[in-house]
Design a protein around this ligand. Structure first.
Ligand code: ADP
Ligand code: 5GP
Length: 207
């Protein structure tokens, strides 16, 4: 996928990162409902599905063997190991949707985000912060599908990840959910209005 193809003549991608429990899923779910042209990029993972998660909608759930074969075939635009499981963004799927003119929203962690920033230009990078560490711990516990030990592990990782916000384009503080949803919607709409993303359409107007 060349840099020309992303962000100029086609759709563009928005990466949203945040430590687990910050509220990414809640925010993305609301924003995606509002914009039919925005698609959620469904990652591949070796982690087992959580209650309520659907195959092909939340993730494509595959075995580690299958994942490693796909790494070997170069199928992923980026991939990482996280909490002992593998997660990756499928390059061809991403390319296909962007070429069809859809905008993609990716829920991925900072290491993978950095790889995309390096190799695929035209992306927009948004980091979501919790209002406080105390509130983050409460939200992690409220999700209810993990042990106290796992919550502590995620808190430890959160402290590590929080510092990554420095290289993102936009920061959203998820204190009130509605405000955070409005902030991400505003970023999307403003990015869609960027002159360089509209140059082809504008040229057509004058033909
Ligand atoms: P993530 O996808 O970042 O792990 P979730 O969207 O699953 O986070 O949210 C974690 C928990 O926090 C959920 O119980 C969710 O309802 C709650 N939550 C999300 N945003 C807010 C908010 N702004 N205020 C209070 N609770 C929130
Ligand atoms: P969870 O297991 O809670 O759904 O996700 C754990 C972490 O993996 C989250 O920070 C999420 O953003 C990240 N993640 C999900 N899919 C991908 C992916 O395809 N690539 C990368 N790099 N991270 C991902």
């Amino acid at each position: 996928m060349s840099s020309e193809q992303i962000g100029k003549t086609h759709g563009f991608y928005i990466v949203v990162s945040a430590p687990s429990g910050t509220g990414k899923t809640s925010i993305l779910r609301e924003v995606i409902k509002k914009y039919p042209n925005m698609l959620f990029s469904v990652s591949y993972t070796t982690r087992p599905p959580r209650p309520g998660e659907k195959e092909g909608k939340d993730y494509c759930f595959i075995s580690e063997e299958d994942f490693r074969e796909r790494i070997f075939r170069g199928e992923f635009a980026e991939w990482v190991e996280n909490y002992g499981y593998l997660y990756g963004t499928h390059a061809l799927t991403m390319k296909k949707y962007l070429e069809e003119g859809y905008d993609l929203i990716l829920d991925i962690e900072p290491r993978g985000a950095k790889k995309l920033k390096e190799y695929y230009s035209g992306g927009v990078f948004v980091f979501i912060l919790p209002p406080s560490l105390g509130e983050l711990k409460k939200r992690l516990s409220r999700r209810g599908f993990e042990s106290e030990r796992m919550v502590d592990k995620r808190m430890y990782k959160a402290l590590d990840e929080l510092g990554e916000f420095v290289w993102y384009d936009y920061i959203i503080l998820n204190d009130k959910l509605d405000t955070a949803v409005n902030a991400l919607s505003s970023i999307y709409v403003a990015e869609k209005c960027k002159r360089e993303r509209l140059e082809n359409k504008i040229r057509d107007l004058f033909l």
